[in-house]
Write a protein that binds this ligand. Structure first.
Ligand SMILES: NC(=O)c1ccc[n+]([C@@H]2O[C@H](COP(=O)([O-])OP(=O)(O)OC[C@H]3O[C@@H](n4cnc5c(N)ncnc54)[C@H](OP(=O)(O)O)[C@@H]3O)[C@@H](O)[C@H]2O)c1
Length: 220
């Protein structure tokens, strides 16, 4: 599958490593340009590209950059993506540590991924946001393994969600349908499922136990 990854940090770098290992055709971009991605490209065989090129021909585009930087992404980002492409959003809003106050979340009460969708002008599937980056490399297991962990996946586009769940399962994790983007507060920072390393039953239970009240430590 042709996959574009925007962001080559903890999450983007490790997704690049695993997706190339599985034989996917990965293009990867960061803010500083492809010349700064030569080590990752050499290690993985991914193609380093500019942000503007990252979605070209991609069936799946992963946006994995700091939340506050999403509005910096260029207009027309997805113009050359494949027909029916899907966007994965791994983002989290850390107002006190990194992102500052974002009115759409704080005043309008948008879920983090709904806010991101509005910046991108395209629906997203929320996945990996509560996954430790290192777990992408270390905790993948074959289907049926007793210690295989599950990741929650939320989104309004059912076909896109199905495609993303299939990709995550190929990466070595079970998935749990966490509902639509308006439900995705259930997997935001400091919820019971955030960072949880459990299987389908544990993740399902944790999603059900989430509170819609934004925790004090995650208010701007
Ligand atoms: N770290 C984790 O374990 C973890 C787990 C789950 C979810 N998340 C979330 O996933 C997102 C990414 O986290 P991370 O830890 O992978 O971040 P990170 O290590 O800080 O890496 C961020 C990446 O985004 C790139 N970037 C920043 N602004 C950009 C822009 N305007 N255009 C293109 N690329 C840009 C950076 O490129 P340059 O280096 O060139 O600036 C860098 O490659 C965040 O929202 C984070 O909260 C993180």
């Amino acid at each position: 599958m042709k996959i574009g990854i925007i962001g080559a940090g903890n999450i983007g770098g490790n997704l690049t490593r695993r997706l190339t290992a599985l034989g996917h055709d990965v293009s990867v971009a960061n803010s500083r340009g492809p010349a700064t991605l030569s080590a990752l490209a050499e290690e993985t065989g991914a193609t380093p590209v500019t942000v503007a090129e990252a979605a070209r021909g991609a069936e799946i585009v992963v946006v994995t950059i700091p939340f506050k930087n999403v509005p910096e992404l260029p207009a027309g980002l997805f113009d050359e993506a494949a027909q029916g492409f899907t966007v994965i959003d791994t983002g989290n809003y850390y107002p006190q540590q990194r992102d500052g106050r974002i009115a759409g979340v704080e005043d309008e009460g948008l879920t983090e991924s709904r806010w991101t969708e509005r910046q991108l002008g395209h629906p997203v599937i929320k996945a990996f946001n509560g996954t430790y980056a290192q777990d992408i490399l270390d905790r993948h297991r074959p289907a049926g393994a007793p210690d295989r962990i599950a990741l929650p996946v939320a989104g309004d586009d059912e076909a896109g969600k199905k495609a993303v769940r299939a990709l995550i399962e190929e990466l070595g994790f079970d998935t749990v349908d966490a509902g639509g983007i308006d439900d995705s507060w259930r997997q935001q920072p400091e919820t019971p499922v955030y960072g949880l390393r459990e299987g389908v039953d544990g993740v399902t239970k944790a999603l059900a136990e989430a509170s819609p009240v934004r925790p004090e430590g995650f208010r701007g």
